[in-house]
Design a protein around this ligand. Structure first.
Ligand SMILES: *Cc1c(COP(=O)(O)O)cnc(C)c1O
Length: 490
């Protein structure tokens, strides 16, 4: 029989899937076991980097076992570092083991979670409800969808906000577009994540109509200033429509005071969106839960199970109070996708941008079910306690300076070598993160906060210890001493 005959299925390769799967399980288990004993991060071996970059397109196939050899030799040795308990960079967590296993099963099924009657779509309805329950957000049936992350969730929520604002102004935005409307204005603080500006720009609102509202000494949106600028904009003929508040800013972990903001939004008929990508799950910790009062009054909440919950990337979630507004923004059901069996809620693809959608819900289900609500709450409480402890250690050290109060699990601080002027302090702290990372013992990243270069340590891993925090500060000091000596030429 010729190889091109349609009756000879090419999948009958001489591979033993089962044995390769067992090898994969060993490989992955060995990798995870060995992580804590390895450097947190190291620059990729130049030869490996080159091999990865220059990998030629293979003309012939490689057996599964051969692929595993490459993964073992070239991929697993060069991790980002976020699986390690001493990784405090950005907002990237270690993967929850249950989520790792679920990912394999989900890929084996490989459905499209656009819609239909199969396990993944039903499970997604359930886990979106679980996420809403975890953070105490109202959940009408259909009131949310899993996304690639909060960047995507933000686009969905802001698009729904735009639809409503247009409708209130008598305009069908989907048909008429933006030209029939005065400029729509969004309000946020300088600490708001860049994904909000991206969404504003993408939705055609124009970044010049994204107003930066001032914040108080705690990094929280100043409601009095917000009220004033909304009034000014109305007087100028603009159309204020949206306030973006933060449940954990990425720089310092600040949580906005939601109640007064929600009061203003109700009075002014503004959509209140909360960016909870990093911090929304902090509400599970009874010690800090009070800071989140009023979060449940938002019109929409974007959050990231792939951050504090440790669901393997990618997994964000958009939650909305008014399901019709979200569905009304995205639903376009062509005849070949009409599905009476889908029931009243219809397909997920009517609630967002994606048509073919991955089976994200299984790893969310596994991660939450493995720890349970109480286990997750304990993990999160441990992270905030570690962060507060780190804040105390910084505060007690004469050569370190805390730049913002520790409100969630981010510690914003800088090194202040004795006698150094402000310029030197800034220069040293700017170079510190990479210098610390290269030493391989801890991983921390930096940011510019109110004009000052700083380090920000984000505690997302409940298996970190107090000794790890002390090591972090020791590493910052050692790297800082080297940088300062280097600058002064000693
Ligand atoms: C990570 C983050 C985002 C962006 O979310 P992605 O999942 O990376 O798309 C937005 N806001 C905050 C506060 C974040 O921490």
């Amino acid at each position: 029989m010729s190889a091109s005959s349609p009756s000879s299925a090419p999948s009958a390769a001489p591979d033993d899937f089962r044995s390769a799967a067992h090898t994969t399980a060993e490989l992955v288990s060995d990798y995870l076991d060995a992580l804590p004993g390895r450097p947190v991060w190291q620059p990729t071996d130049p030869a490996v980097r080159q091999a990865l970059l220059d990998a030629p397109l293979p003309a012939d196939g490689t057996p599964l076992a051969g692929l595993l050899d490459v993964i073992a030799a070239e991929v697993l040795p060069a991790p980002m570092g976020n699986g390690h308990p001493r990784f405090f960079g950005w907002v990237n967590s270690a993967p929850a083991p249950a989520g790792v296993l679920a990912t394999l099963a989900a890929a084996a099924m490989n459905p499209s979670s656009a819609g239909g009657d199969h396990a993944d779509v039903h499970l997604e309805r359930a886990v979106v409800r679980w996420i809403a329950e975890l953070v105490g957000f109202p959940h009408p049936p259909g009131g949310g969808i899993l996304t690639s992350g909060t960047s995507m969730a933000t686009i969905l929520c802001l698009a729904a906000a735009r639809t409503r604002a247009a409708r209130l102004a008598g305009v069908d935005i989907r048909e008429q577009g933006l030209t029939a409307l005065p400029p729509l204005v969004t309000y946020a603080t300088a600490e708001t994540h860049s994904c909000v500006r991206k969404a504003v720009e993408l939705l055609g609102l124009g970044s010049r109509h994204l107003r930066t509202v001032g914040s108080d000494s705690d990094g929280r949106l100043d409601v009095t200033a917000l009220a004033a600028v909304v009034a000014e904009d109305r007087a100028a003929g603009l159309l204020p429509f949206l306030v973006v508040a933060s449940a954990g800013t990425v720089g310092t972990g600040a949580v906005d005071a939601f109640d007064p903001i929600a009061d203003l939004c109700a009075a002014e008929r503004l959509w209140l969106h909360v960016d909870g990508a990093y911090g929304a799950f902090g509400v599970l910790d009874p010690v800090i839960a009070h800071r989140y009062a009023g979060m449940d009054r938002a019109d929409s909440l974007a959050l990231d199970p792939h951050k504090w919950l440790g669901v393997p990337v990618d997994c964000g979630c958009a939650l909305v109070r008014d399901t019709d507004e979200l569905r009304g923004t995205f639903s376009l059901v062509p005849s070949y996708l009409r599905d009476e069996a889908a029931g009243a809620l219809g397909w997920f693809s009517e609630y967002g941008l994606e048509q073919t959608r991955p089976f994200r819900s299984l790893k969310v289900w596994a991660t939450i079910a493995h720890r349970g609500r109480d286990g997750l709450a304990a993990d999160i409480a441990r992270c905030t306690a570690l962060a507060r402890r780190l804040g105390e250690l910084v505060d007690a050290a004469p050569d370190l300076e805390l730049l913002a109060p520790v409100r969630t699990s981010i510690v914003a601080f800088r090194l202040r070598p004795a006698g150094a002027d402000e310029e030197t302090v800034n220069a040293v702290n700017r170079e510190l993160p990479v210098a610390v990372q290269l030493r391989g013992r801890v991983f921390v990243t930096g940011a510019l906060f109110e004009g000052r270069e700083m380090l920000r340590a984000c505690l997302l891993n409940a298996s970190a210890t107090e000794a790890d925090l002390e090591l972090l500060l020791a590493e910052v000091r050692s790297a800082g001493t080297a940088l300062t000596e280097c600058r002064s030429g000693t």
